[in-house]
Design a protein around this ligand. Structure first.
Ligand code: SF4
Length: 320
């Protein structure tokens, strides 16, 4: 059996939007509202959904940039849900985050090589020569050999993302949370970064949680894909199976824009009617019911359970 590098159970992240006299939240944005999934060692799990579905909040809560409201985060066999922020250093040696905007995550006044040396120092590499050696090795790995002594503004967008990837790799992580890592880049550069991420994954045995709204990229990269809608995962399946046979009405609509999705001979684009409801007051029962053409009374009364359709394909919908 493949070892799980990450397991998330009933994860919730609520943000208060109204508080009472005592500062206690009385109304909440339920950005993530009870998600369960796991990532196997060496696996890429894609996480897709419209903007506002809770993908980014899920990633940031897992890496504890945000404190979870409820649930469990088991990383590499250890429960990190309630570890205090100051004690997370060990976790960050194993789990890293690559953001969408590499410029924002680099210090403009620091040479990039020095910035990575600092990371190594904080994580216990006290010998300067050893740190320098590791920086050379990392820059070589991401295709930026000899560029260590430049400032962030001296790089192109794609090169800056390579620097950020080098920094993420500095501490030998097991899992990297990639949050829209290529969406700020030109299309021609996107392919280079995607290929770099794939080759590093194979070479170093990494696992990724790959968050993206770009379904083509997710299809290309992922082993399995989870579909999120309004704070919940509505379907999760091996990538090939999901893009060929999406089961949930929301997945069908979302994936219909990608050629090759759906098993019908004619691939018709499904246009979703209506707006995404407010995560402050989501619909009762199935959250997708206000936009679903198959909705019945049952859908408004009872939240659908997650059912297995076989071969690691799970869906939450009363149609199954
Ligand atoms: Fe549509 Fe009902 Fe299924 Fe929800 S549970 S997706 S409303 S059919």
């Amino acid at each position: 059996m493949t070892a799980k590098v990450l397991e998330v159970q009933n994860l919730k992240k609520y943000f208060p939007v109204k508080t009472n006299l005592f500062g206690r939240g009385t109304e909440f944005v339920k950005a993530v509202d009870g998600v369960d999934f796991h990532i196997n060692s060496g696996e890429i799990l894609g996480l897709v959904g419209e903007s506002g579905s809770g993908k980014t909040t899920t990633g940031r809560t897992i890496i504890r940039l945000l404190d979870p409201t409820e649930g469990e985060i088991i990383f590499d066999g250890q429960d990190i849900t309630n570890i205090r922020k100051k004690d997370l250093r060990k976790t960050y040696e194993q789990m890293q985050l690559v953001f969408q905007d590499p410029f924002a995550s680099l210090n403009p006044r620091k040479k990039v090589g020095n910035a990575i040396e600092e990371v190594l120092y904080v994580h216990g590499m006290k010998d300067r020569a050893q740190r320098r050696e590791r920086v050379f090795e990392l820059f070589d790995m991401v295709g930026l050999r000899g560029e260590e002594d430049k400032y962030p503004h001296e790089f192109s967008g794609g090169q800056r993302q390579r620097v950020v990837i080098a920094r993420a790799l500095a501490v030998d992580p097991k899992l990297i949370i990639c949050d829209e890592p290529v969406s700020a880049l030109d299309v021609s550069i996107q392919a280079q970064i995607i290929n770099l991420l794939m080759s590093l994954k194979n070479r170093l045995g990494l696992s990724y949680l790959f968050i993206s709204h770009d379904l083509r990229v997710v299809k290309y990269m992922s082993d399995r894909v989870a579909v999120m809608y309004l704070g919940k995962i509505v379907e999760i399946a091996p990538a090939e199976e999901l893009f060929k046979n999406p089961a949930h009405p929301y997945s069908k609509a979302l994936l219909s824009v990608v050629s090759g999705a759906g098993s019908g001979r004619k691939k018709k684009k499904i246009i979703l009617e209506g707006e995404v409801p407010s995560p402050v007051d989501p619909p009762s029962g199935c959250r997708f019911r206000t936009r679903c053409k198959y909705a019945t009374e049952l859908c408004s009364e009872i939240e659908p359970q997650t059912k297995c359709l076989g071969d690691e394909h799970y869906v939450s919908c009363h149609l199954y």
